[in-house]
Write a protein that binds this ligand. Structure first.
Ligand SMILES: Nc1ncnc2c1ncn2[C@@H]1O[C@H](COP(=O)(O)OP(=O)(O)OP(=O)(O)O)[C@@H](O)[C@H]1O
Length: 299
């Protein structure tokens, strides 16, 4: 659905995006993470067809997005800084969206009133930051885009509204195959939303993972043995991290769960627990493995 091939972008001599390639399937939710200044917004704007890359290609549904009116009518970029016309009400902004987005759906707009309980005739400028963000989602979801590109989308929303918006996004992905690219600093925030995650650092995509693979391939185990097992026990494990707490070992290991369990059970541990890992933990160990401390890369 979205094909990004060797994208480079400089601002004067500053290389904001350095040869980034990625692929996003239709109907998936891709989380782009990274620290301040990593190049996330620049890359999102290139993918949305707002900035032109210096080299490389961005294809949406097989066609270049830049200056492609038809594709842009089906692609919405929701920026971190929202923009509405001065003095406009929700109703007036909806009229504008209806005039430019061919897939605008009035029925959906009316239905979403239930999710966003705000007076249609209220001036958006006079609303709180969180309410303005709600309006942005209301309008965006009513325009029924095929591709939705979100830059720090949940900033300013309260916890209940965050969950509501996440549910609406997932619903559009599940029901009509919308594709979402979402940028955030916060791994925890996107953990339950994304099926793929990429980490951008200093203009380079450091690591890119399918979350189902990640979660099924990395495990935290807590172990204790009566007698320390022979070296063959440890050699057979792909250990990303280890810690000793008295006679209890804590290991983060990569590998298939069934094979791991049967290997460990062969050595008759007196304690053996398989513990869940958060996405943040997985990335900490994976990044360490490629020589980076994730604490320096995302917050
Ligand atoms: N219009 C611009 N002109 C000049 N430099 C820019 C411009 N936009 C971005 N940059 C530079 O490109 C680099 C990447 O910026 P970008 O906004 O893409 O990062 P980001 O990952 O979105 O950061 P943040 O998380 O802080 O929003 C930064 O060094 C920034 O100063």
């Amino acid at each position: 659905m979205i094909e990004v091939v060797s994208i480079k972008k400089k601002f004067d001599s500053m290389e904001a995006v350095k040869d980034v390639s990625l692929h996003i399937d239709k109907g998936s939710i891709y989380g782009l993470l990274g620290s301040n200044g990593a190049g996330k917004t620049t890359l999102l704007k290139i993918i949305a067809g707002i900035y032109k890359q210096d080299s490389g290609e961005v294809l949406i549904g097989g066609e270049p997005i830049f200056e492609n009116v038809e594709k842009k009518q089906r692609t919405i970029f929701l920026a971190d800084l929202l923009y509405f016309f001065p003095n406009a009400t929700i109703k007036q902004m909806a009229d504008f969206y209806r005039s430019i987005y061919t897939s605008w759906n009035d029925e959906r707009f009316q239905k979403l009133k239930e999710a966003f309980p705000i007076d249609l005739n209220k001036k958006i400028e006079r609303m709180s930051k969180g309410m303005q963000r709600q309006v942005a989602f209301w309008l965006t979801l009513s325009a029924m885009p095929d591709v939705l590109i979100l830059d720090e989308p949940l900033d300013g929303l309260d916890a209940v509204m965050r969950q509501k918006v996440k549910n609406l996004l997932v619903q559009d992905v599940a029901e009509r195959g919308m594709t979402i690219l979402i940028s955030s600093h916060n791994l925890r925030e996107v953990e339950d939303l994304c099926d793929h995650v990429g980490i951008l650092h200093d203009g380079t995509l450091m690591i890119e993972k399918d979350l189902d693979d990640l979660k099924s391939d990395v495990h935290k185990v807590q172990l204790a043995f009566k007698n320390t097992p022979p070296p063959a026990f440890f050699e057979a494990l792909d250990i990303l991290y280890k810690e000793e707490r008295g006679s209890v070992f804590l290991y983060i290991v990569r590998g298939k769960k069934d094979l791991l369990v049967s290997h460990i059970e062969n050595y008759k541990p007196i304690i053996f627990d398989l513990l869940p890992l958060t996405l943040e933990e997985i990335f900490i160990y994976e990044m360490r493995d490629v020589g980076y401390a994730i604490e320096n890369i995302i917050v």
